[in-house]
Design a protein around this ligand. Structure first.
Ligand SMILES: N[C@@H](CCC(=O)N[C@@H](CS)C(=O)NCC(=O)O)C(=O)O
Length: 205
């Protein structure tokens, strides 16, 4: 097995997942900001020209960060991050989707519509990018309300859903325009809990 990965939100998700599971996988770095994910060599692994991609031992390639995590969870069941019982698995899936759409979404949209390298990939609308910090704050308010029951992590025990939220926080730090409002004490408690985990620094060496 070999992981083709690079500094990026979805790359973070898989890198942090691997660290949290306590497993080791050979990694080849793809420099996303230099456009290496779109090079022919990488498109042969993923026709969408994106990371992360996991090369399996049978010679095939698996892309999509959550699919890669699902595979790793199945072959390395220790330190489960995607739930054990059917109800836990479904709730974590629900929360992962929520964190992806509500929290990571505005960060990713802001980046996609404002970072020059993505102009080749999508039709950038700068005015749309400008709306995303407001969408992020609004959705953080929603998360704050959800966490008002005092729980530390979004879906019970620490899970892939928190990792997806951490990926959003990583982009926020990089972009500097999206912030978790200081007065949202429950959301801030979650931010503190997840950013204190060693896996939050997975890309900082
Ligand atoms: N749905 C995919 C999205 C993968 C994706 O968007 N990858 C981005 C980084 S977050 C990428 O490799 N972009 C390369 C490029 O646009 O050149 C996943 O979850 O893995």
């Amino acid at each position: 097995m070999k992981l083709y990965n690079g500094l990026s939100p979805n790359g973070f998700r898989v890198a942090a997942f691997i660290q949290e599971k306590g497993i080791e996988i050979e990694v080849e770095t793809i420099d996303v900001m230099k456009g290496e994910a779109r090079a022919e060599a990488h498109r042969a692994r993923n026709s969408l020209g994106e990371v992360p991609v996991l090369a399996l031992d049978d010679g095939s390639f698996l892309s999509e960060s959550v699919a890669i995590c699902r595979y790793l969870e199945a072959i390395y069941p220790n330190n489960p991050l995607m739930g054990k019982s059917p109800a836990e698995m479904a709730k974590i899936e629900m929360w992962n989707r929520r964190m992806e759409h509500q929290i990571m979404g505005p960060c990713a949209q802001y980046g996609s519509h404002s970072i020059p390298i993505f102009a080749d990939k999508i039709e950038q609308i700068p005015a749309y990018a400008e709306t995303q910090p407001r969408a992020f704050s609004k959705n953080m308010q929603w998360l704050d309300n959800e966490l008002a029951d005092g729980r530390t992590f979004v879906a019970g025990d620490f899970s892939i859903a928190d990792i997806t939220g951490m990926a959003a926080l990583m982009i926020c730090g990089f972009l500097g325009e999206l912030n978790v409002p200081k007065e949202l004490s429950h959301a801030q408690r979650w931010v503190k809990a997840v950013t204190n985990r060693p896996s939050f620094s997975v890309f900082k060496g």
